[in-house]
Design a protein around this ligand. Structure first.
Ligand code: PSU
Ligand code: MN
Length: 309
């Protein structure tokens, strides 16, 4: 472990070396592992993401907070400790990080929290499953993920399968437009629907290769401080059955409302109920799409490192 001059950060040795040498590094979030997926698949997904990132020639940096340190890269045993139910690891967005540090707390970082730490550490690419977004009924609840505003002020490429289909996808796309966050479909002209290959919404831009995604971001960051969303859909044969999806979605949203879940608990509650309603099928799709996103993120990071060399 290396403590760098940047306060509060503890870089894993492998990450420190890669960053010092200008090699490709991919940030991976921990909320999906700690709060988004059931055990034991959650830890398998964390490990699989790290291994596909390595296979593509980049170094994985799984990000979370342990004992108040912003950990950039951690061993599988540390990830397992963070995910232990008894440990009560918090769900940390950007605004929570200062408190977690000061109280020497433990927590998993969301996309917003992860890109804040990644950028602070000098990492420009991250992978997740689905970006947070505008929740259905947000015109009354104002529930909009801080992932959107974080992406509007943090220059990191986020590879995701769109936003979770539990959200209001159209409203989320409008917010990303207002916030000036560029979106590229990865080998598609349509916004992905998380568990589904296609959400039905068109995109203005598509990129056909990691090199073009990297070159687009390398240009964009000269005149903008925003990040970029690379929207990589689940392969069609692996997507959730559309009817099962729609039925589970209706049931999971109704359950979340009746459960009284609020704030940061809404997303984990809906995802867990979705998994129950699909008898685990949604978990398998979630796993496949995260691993695919980690692969694409690594390829983009390699291309970006080559441009920066
Ligand atoms: N992608 C997944 N599962 C998840 C998440 C992403 O496949 O659980 C997490 C990410 O950490 C994202 C968070 O930032 O869900 C969004 O939470 P909220 O809606 O509370 O902002
Ligand atoms: Mn929310």
């Amino acid at each position: 472990m290396t403590s760098v001059p940047a306060p509060y950060i503890v870089l894993h040795d492998e990450v420190a070396t890669a960053l010092a040498e200008g090699r490709a590094v991919v940030a991976l979030e921990t909320t999906i592992v700690v709060h988004g997926l059931p055990t034991p698949i959650n830890l398998e997904v964390g490990a699989q993401c790290e291994s596909v990132v390595r296979a593509a020639g980049a170094v994985p940096a799984t990000i979370g907070v342990m004992g108040g340190s912003l950990r950039v890269g951690m061993d599988p045993s540390e990830l397992a400790r963070l995910a232990e139910p008894g440990r009560g690891s918090a769900k940390l967005s950007t605004r929570d990080l200062g408190f977690a540090v000061a109280t020497r707390g433990d927590g998993a970082t969301t996309v917003a929290g992860t890109i804040a730490v990644a950028h602070y550490a000098g990492i420009a690419v991250m992978a997740t499953g689905g970006l947070g977004g505008v929740h259905r009924g947000a015109h009354e609840t104002f529930d909009e993920s801080a992932d959107l505003t974080a992406l509007s002020r943090t220059p990191v490429v986020v590879v995701a399968s769109g936003v979770k289909s539990i959200l209001d996808i159209g409203a989320t796309l409008e917010r990303l437009d207002s916030l000036g966050v560029p979106i590229a479909g990865y080998r598609t002209g349509r916004f992905p629907g998380f568990y589904l290959h296609d959400s039905g919404f068109d995109l203005d831009w598509r990129v056909e290769s990691p090199e073009v995604a990297a070159a687009s971001f390398a240009a964009h960051r000269h005149w903008s401080k925003t990040g970029m969303l690379v929207a990589n859909p689940i392969d069609e044969p692996r997507q959730l059955d559309a009817r099962l999806h729609d039925e589970a979605l209706a049931a999971a949203l109704a359950y979340a409302t009746s459960s009284g879940a609020r704030g940061k608990d809404v997303t984990p509650v809906v995802l867990a109920e979705f998994a129950r309603c699909t008898a685990g099928a949604s978990v398998q799709v979630n796993r496949d799409l995260v691993v695919s996103n980690a692969t694409v993120a690594a390829q983009i990071a390699v291309a970006l490192a080559a441009l920066d060399a």
